[in-house]
Design a protein around this ligand. Structure first.
Ligand code: NAD
Length: 261
């Protein structure tokens, strides 16, 4: 899968799954627009790509800020001459139930995970309409299809992201603009490191995560990025409105029985 001559916007492209997607896209000839609020990580990912001979720009943006996202998308189109694909990977996790979640947590999580995805789509789609094609990939979660305890706002945001994906798929199919979602299981990224650090024994969190997946391990960011790249690429030209689990079999097993391997 080559991306020569293609421009791909990646929100959350500074770290984790988004960063892996940016690196793979650039290695395969794509021009990458990294949108992220982490200036240090975004700049360093951008620099690493350009030093390796790839094409990338970085714009510091909070994806929940519509005007900032609009400006970053405009800058992308002006720099690279259009937008072919959008990968939405910016996301945050906060913990709480329907009772303990605060207004601030709800607004923060829904603002980044859901409104952030809508912001990116709504300003990227007109550029796709102008060129007569496009592909949007929303990185959701297995928590779009099931839930754990104490993750109310996150689970709501990830379920809703599937609704956003399907709505976009329906509204723009006639203009050859596709939208799909990827639902990863546990992935070894800074988000997981942060979640594990909340436990007095972080290694036990990793161990439990490994055992939870029938493949007996957690994913590397590039393993999720590869699925997103396929959906962003014209190789998946008849795929729209779909939900792809990349979860090491997590949602396939009955009863969540821990694995012995
Ligand atoms: P990560 O924390 O490692 O990376 C997320 C990136 O998004 C970071 O670069 C961060 O700076 C950026 N970001 C966060 N909030 C932002 C905002 N408001 N504006 C701009 N940028 C922002 O996370 P990750 O593990 O790579 O997760 C990527 C996506 O995959 C998220 O949507 C996450 O919910 C989802 N996901 C992750 C896992 C996992 O186990 N890591 C599992 C399932 C789904």
């Amino acid at each position: 899968m080559r991306f020569d001559g293609k421009t791909i916007v990646v929100t959350g492209g500074a770290l984790g799954i988004g960063q892996a997607a940016c690196i793979l896209l650039a290695e395969r000839g794509g021009s990458v627009s990294i949108i992220d609020w982490d200036e240090a990580a975004g700049s360093s990912t951008c620099e690493a790509i350009t030093k390796a001979g790839g094409k990338a720009i970085f714009t510091k943006v909070d994806v929940s800020d519509a005007a900032a996202v609009e400006a970053a998308i405009k800058r992308t189109a002006e720099t690279f001459g259009g937008i072919d694909s959008l990968i939405v990977s910016a996301g945050i996790q906060r913990y709480g139930t329907a009772v303990s979640t605060t207004d601030e947590q709800w607004d923060e999580v829904l603002g980044v995970n859901l409104k952030g995805a809508w912001n990116a789509a709504r300003f990227a789609i007109p550029h796709m309409q102008a060129s007569g094609k496009g592909s949007i990939v929303n990185v959701s979660s297995v928590q779009a299809l099931a839930s754990q305890q104490n993750v109310l706002a996150y689970t709501v945001s990830k379920h809703a992201l599937l609704g956003l994906t399907r709505s976009i798929a329906m509204d723009f199919a006639g203009e050859n603009i596709r939208a799909n979602a990827v639902c990863p299981g546990t992935v070894d990224t800074p988000m997981l490191q942060w979640a594990a650090s909340l436990d007095p024994d972080p290694e036990s969190v990793y161990d439990a995560c490994r055992k939870m997946h029938p493949l007996g391990r957690i994913a590397q960011p590039s393993e999720i990025a590869e699925v997103a790249l396929f959906l962003a690429h014209e190789s998946s030209s008849f795929v729209t409105g779909s939900v792809w689990t990349a979860d090491g079999g997590l949602l396939t097993q009955i009863g969540g029985v821990p694995q012995t391997n």
